[in-house]
Structure formats: C-alpha cells, structure tokens
Ligand binder design. Sequence first.
Ligand code: FAD
Length: 408
Amino acid sequence: MMHWKEQGRIVVRLKPPIAMHANDQQRLLADVENFCTEIRDHEELCYVEHRFNEHLLPLAQKHKILGMPIPQEYGGRGADAATYARALVRIGQEGTGVRTFFSGHTSIGQYPILKWGSEELKQRYLPPSCRGEKVLAFGLTEPEAGSNPLEMQMTYEKKDGHYELNGVKYLISNAGIASAIVVFAYPKAGGRVSAFVIDTDAPGCEREDLLAKVGMPTANTGMFELAGFQAPLSNMLGAEGDGFRIAMGTLVSGRLSVAAGCLGVIEDCLIECLRYAKERSQHGKPIGKHQLVQEHIAGIEMARLASDALVAKAAEAKAASDASWDDAELRSRADLLCAQAKLFVTNAAWEAADRAVQVFGGRGWSTLYRPGRHLMDVRVCRIYEGTDEILKLKVAAALLGKEFEAFK
Ligand SMILES: Cc1cc2nc3c(=O)[nH]c(=O)nc-3n(C[C@H](O)[C@H](O)[C@H](O)COP(=O)(O)OP(=O)(O)OC[C@H]3O[C@@H](n4cnc5c(N)ncnc54)[C@H](O)[C@@H]3O)c2cc1C
C-alpha cells in the first residue's frame, strides 16, 4: 500500500525474530501487506455505510493469514511472536475493527486450542480455522462478569456422554460469524471453572449481533445463549478446573495483539498527518509550517517510538515464554510486559488519534477520513482484554508484592 512504501522508514521496527526463517517471515509480511492493500477500499466503504465488512474473511483466506502463529503442521504459517506482532501492527493501520477480527480468531481463538487442546481438538479446529472454513472466538465475558470473570454464571454438568452448558456470554468479538467459540463455565455442582470449545451450529446456541456499539461498525461483536447445549466430552480444553488459568494465559496473547494493533493505529495517524500537513494550506502556508501543528506531529511520533519499543519488548518476552512454556518466571514476565504494553499503547493510540483528528480540523471529525475512524474505534482497546484500571492494578501489584494485590 502506497503510504506504507512512501513512509518505509516508519514501519521498520522490531528486531528480526529468532525462530522464524527469514524467507518465511518475508513471505508472510508480504502477504499481510497485500491483504492490507486490498482490504482498504472495502473497509472504508463498509465503514461509511456502517456495515460488516464481508470482504475480510475471503481476502484473509486468499492471502493465507488466518493462522499466522499456528505451526505449519496444523495449517498455519508458523510465525514467532515478534513476526506475528509485526503483522498485527501492519493490520492495525487498516483499522481496529480489522485487527480485532484477527485477535478474536487467532490470538484468543486458535491460541488456547493450540496451547491446551488435545491432539484431537487441534486436528478438528486448527487446520479448518487456518483455511478460514471455521472462524473462532473467545467467550469469557458475561452480562454480570466483566472485569471479574470469576463472577460468571455459565454452568456445565457432565451427563451421558456429553457436557450440558447453560448461560449467556456477552460482548464477544466474532461471536456472530464464529463456527466455534472457546467458552468458560463453572461446574453446576460447584468447583473451579473449566474451558470448552463449542460449535455454534449445534442445537441450544442462540446468537445475536450487538449493533449499537460505538465504533468498529465493520467488525462483528455479539452475544450468545447456551440453553441445554450439549458439548462432546472431548471438547473440554485442558483438564477439568483449568479454565481460569487457560483464560488468563490466553489474555497474554490477546493483550499483545491489541498493543500491536494500536501501534499500527499510531503509525497510520502519523502517516496521515505528515501527508495532510503538507497538502493543506491555511494562513498562506501549509499547516505543517505552523508550530502548533508540528507539536501534534511530534507528539504522535514520540507515542509511536515509545509504543514501538514496548511492543517489541513484550513480543520478545512472549516469544521467550512460548519457547520455554514450562518456565513460570518467563510466563509471568510475558504476562506483565504484555499487560504493560497493552495499557501504554492503547492510551498512546487514543491520544495519537485525537491529535490526528485535530490536525485534520473539521475533516478529522468525519468517518470519511482515517483519523476520525481511528479515534472512534481505538477507544474500546482501553476496555477489552483488561480495562485500564485492572491493568494498572496488575502493574502496581507486580511492583508492590502479592500482599498488595487489590483483588485476588
Ligand atoms: C467491542 C468489544 C469487544 C469485546 N470482545 C470480547 C471478547 O472477544 N471476548 C470476551 O470475553 N470479552 C470481550 N469484550 C468484553 C470486555 O473484555 C469487557 O467489556 C471488559 O473486560 C470490562 O468488563 P465490563 O464491560 O463488564 O465492565 P466492568 O467490569 O463492569 O467495569 C466497569 C468499570 O469499573 C472498573 N472496575 C471494575 N472492577 C474494578 C476494580 N476492582 N478496581 C477498579 N476499577 C474496577 C472497570 O475498570 C471499568 O472502568 C469485548 C468488549 C467490547 C466492548
């Protein structure tokens, strides 16, 4: 895509990954680039018309980017955390709605199946989801359980040859387009949360799209109710009672994806502002020659630079933890750094989009231009996958020590 090439210096950021072969990495990033070039006009039109972007899935299929970090043996591209983060940064430039699809499908959908699924579950869900025949989602939030997922009310009960699930999941990315969703529930008789993969076309699953959300009109967000829903016994993820650990482990991957996507938003705001500040003239000169406009551009650039460093550091920690999965210290380092990156970069992206809207003046406050769309869309990143407040508490507790944890 043109801006990308014109502003090449902006996009060179993460260190070369250790794990992925350079040729495979280049091919994947080239495919992502082509996907982004082709999605742009569709995304813009769908956004302005306030409707779901039905071109996203076929284009992602065409460019084979529906399982970027999934190992090749399961049909994915085998990207390491740093390469996958780079891909999401680029996708993030095309909008938070586009990137959220990938987070839902891959970072929090395919990821828990890869990490905690039995071989049978991996074979059943990963290759078709990498081909785009199945879209995936992650259903943790409920109407009465958001920041504290342990307040969830969904239950399961082991019956003759299946688990019966009952309850509602709310505000779930991709819910309306997913063939399978990772869900979490308490045993009806009491005990710890377990995780399941459910097929949405099975009887007992009713879905509804949530269309009144602010921003991201081109992305699907939904809710669903499971009533007397029967999941095969083999569809439990991990062991019984592992659900909360699986949910929290998955959010590490999800938070890195949000941080990377928001870095892409900042980059796009910078690209747009640099172009517009040269093209638009007021008071007899390009607005880029007015010092207060330059202040906005410098502010966005500083946000980009700091976010870039944090995303790189978090991705590196995630890659190290993925490579030594049993190392609790590496896992907890990745957990904290991904949370810190998510907290910082989502706020930096919100501020960058706000500055970009200001640089564009009246045109900025319009869905016809990219800064306004970014501003509307990126705000939710400070809410999903851990609100600002919850992540600040996590960061403070990591410094103060366990006895200072605000909640357990
Ligand atoms: C567009 C969108 C997509 C989403 N996608 C998904 C998805 O794919 N899967 C999924 O499972 N969920 C998803 N969510 C849900 C999201 O993760 C939750 O909205 C989020 O975790 C916050 O929960 P809540 O909305 O119930 O807010 P609440 O938990 O009710 O919080 C309300 C406010 O209180 C604050 N608060 C709560 N507890 C504390 C505390 N102890 N200390 C200080 N402040 C506190 C919060 O920070 C927040 O400011 C999505 C949400 C949106 C809007």
